[in-house]
Write a protein that binds this ligand. Structure first.
Ligand SMILES: Cc1cc2nc3c(=O)[nH]c(=O)nc-3n(C[C@H](O)[C@H](O)[C@H](O)COP(=O)(O)OP(=O)(O)OC[C@H]3O[C@@H](n4cnc5c(N)ncnc54)[C@H](O)[C@@H]3O)c2cc1C
Length: 437
């Protein structure tokens, strides 16, 4: 490691790797730092579905020749591995009733393998001459006399070291350490925290290989809180013709052990018969701290990118896109002295959670699980045989679900007025009401 670089990138997820690759391709000296030992290994839970709904966070991303193609940005990210086309997205009650969104032509989402994207970007970055420090944490970034001093800590020796650069990128994810040391951190509002545990499972007897399943309702977890998700995807070493495995997630409000919730769901939950012979082939976990977005993601020469600036998640695809755009902005600043304003404006316009009301709407869809199981079973019995056009997207699925349920409100008012009152009230609930569910 040198003492001075053009750029230091803290965090080697999709955002950080994209920045490192792009800046090094433009012949800038780049140091990439991550706390992980092996940068392309994925230990953080992530469904890794390509959210293929057009204009997701201002961009439309699709597979072209098995690579990720970003229509508006015009970039291609190397993939070259199998992916899954899911045609349905269902909310499933404990009694097995559903609310289902469908897109048979394009799919509701296309799960892929994150490790492959990270591996390809890392190879390209290394080939361009990026210096990489693994098992090292970015602790602090400070603007000093037009440059940035970045303090790093070696995970093994716990010793601190300093490195200087023209600009530093905080791409260290949704619990960013770098961001907590910046003034702009004070602009954020904290909602709560969530734990997630997930297993890749082989040999499941599963009836929904074409669907993204979200289990809603108290009876899916031992404590009546949290959510279960299931997504088929391919292992990093999958070959053409291999079957996908099932990635199963349990998310719980913090304080509750997500792994215990997941084990309970698999062995005692309402759909336990799917998992009698299941074999765990990989485990992952994470903690999510829910904050409002950073509206001005640039402080001096420190640029906050991807999940580090976001309300929970930008998605991998958008972390790649914002990483690309942030790298181009930094190159523009080098040549013209300006460039970050454009990046900031695009971030605010394109990232839906920067818009008023979007966090509340997404959390309302997420928080439906706080209804009683019997109430959800009844509501989903009305939608069970229907299909609604839609995608897997935090920013639009809530609207589709609300419309679908409210399409039955006259019947609900007549048959179950107490449930009608609860559901009508639910669409007025706050982010705080729902985040702890
Ligand atoms: C349960 C769950 C499901 C999801 N499902 C999807 C999905 O279906 N589709 C999708 O596209 N996205 C999904 N996401 C979101 C996706 O994982 C993120 O949006 C994406 O990974 C963000 O990329 P990033 O580069 O900004 O951050 P990250 O991928 O979090 O990368 C941050 C990197 O920084 C490193 N790091 C952290 N702290 C430090 C530090 N102090 N110093 C140095 N390095 C550090 C980490 O090790 C990591 O490598 C999901 C996330 C979760 C939690």
């Amino acid at each position: 490691m040198k003492k001075i670089y053009d750029f230091v990138v803290v965090g080697a997820g999709p955002a950080g790797l994209m920045i490192a690759k792009e800046l090094s391709a433009a012949r800038q000296s780049v140091l990439l730092v991550d706390i992980k030992k092996e940068l392309s290994k994925v230990h953080r839970s992530c469904c890794t579905m390509l959210i293929n709904e057009p204009n997701t966070h201002g961009e439309t991303v699709r597979f072209v020749d098995n690579d990720l193609y970003f229509e508006k940005t015009g970039i291609t990210v190397k993939y070259g591995h199998p992916y899954v086309k899911l045609v349905k997205s269902s909310r499933l009650s404990t009694g097995g009733n559903k609310l289902t969104m469908v897109n048979r032509e394009n799919g509701v989402a296309l799960p892929y393998t994150k490790e492959i994207i990270l591996r390809n970007l890392l190879e390209e970055s290394l080939a361009n001459g990026v210096d990489v420090l693994t098992e090292t944490a970015g602790i602090r970034a400070e603007n000093i006399d037009g440059r940035v001093k970045v303090t790093l800590r070696d995970n093994h020796t716990r010793t601190l070291k300093e490195v200087w650069c023209r600009a530093c990128f905080a791409a260290d994810g949704c619990n960013s350490q770098i961001v907590t040391g910046l003034e702009l951190f004070r602009t954020r509002k904290y909602f709560g925290s969530y734990r997630v545990a997930s297993y890749f499972l082989d040999e499941v007897e599963y009836p929904n290989w074409d669907s993204w399943i979200t289990c809603l309702g108290k009876g899916h977890t031992p404590w009546g809180k949290g959510q279960i998700y299931m997504v088929p995807k391919y292992l990093p070493d999958a070959k053409k013709g291999d079957k996908p495995i099932l990635d199963v997630f349990c998310g719980t409000p913090c304080g509750l052990p997500a792994k215990m919730g997941l084990d309970w769901f698999l062995t005692e939950g309402p759909f336990r018969e799917w998992f009698h012979n299941a074999k765990i082939v990989h485990k992952a976990a994470c903690v999510l701290n829910f904050y409002t977005c950073i509206m001005n993601p640039v402080e001096g020469n420190i640029v906050v990118v991807g999940d580090a600036a976001a309300f929970i998640e930008t998605y991998c695809q958008s972390a790649l896109m914002y990483g690309y755009l942030a790298s181009q902005a930094a190159l523009k600043v080098l040549s013209t002295g300006k460039g970050y304003d454009e990046y900031t404006s695009f971030w605010r316009e394109s990232f839906e959670y920067c818009h008023p009301g979007e966090i509340e709407k997404a959390l309302q869809a997420f928080g439906l699980g706080r209804l009683e199981d019997e109430q959800l079973n009844y509501i989903f019995s009305l939608t069970n045989d229907e299909e609604y056009a839609g995608y897997v997207s935090e920013n639009t699925a809530g609207y589709v679900m609300q419309k679908a349920i409210m399409g039955h409100i006259d019947q609900i008012r007549k048959e179950r007025p107490e449930i009608a009152a609860v559901i009508e009230q639910h669409w007025k609930s706050s982010a705080e009401d729902n985040v702890h569910q």
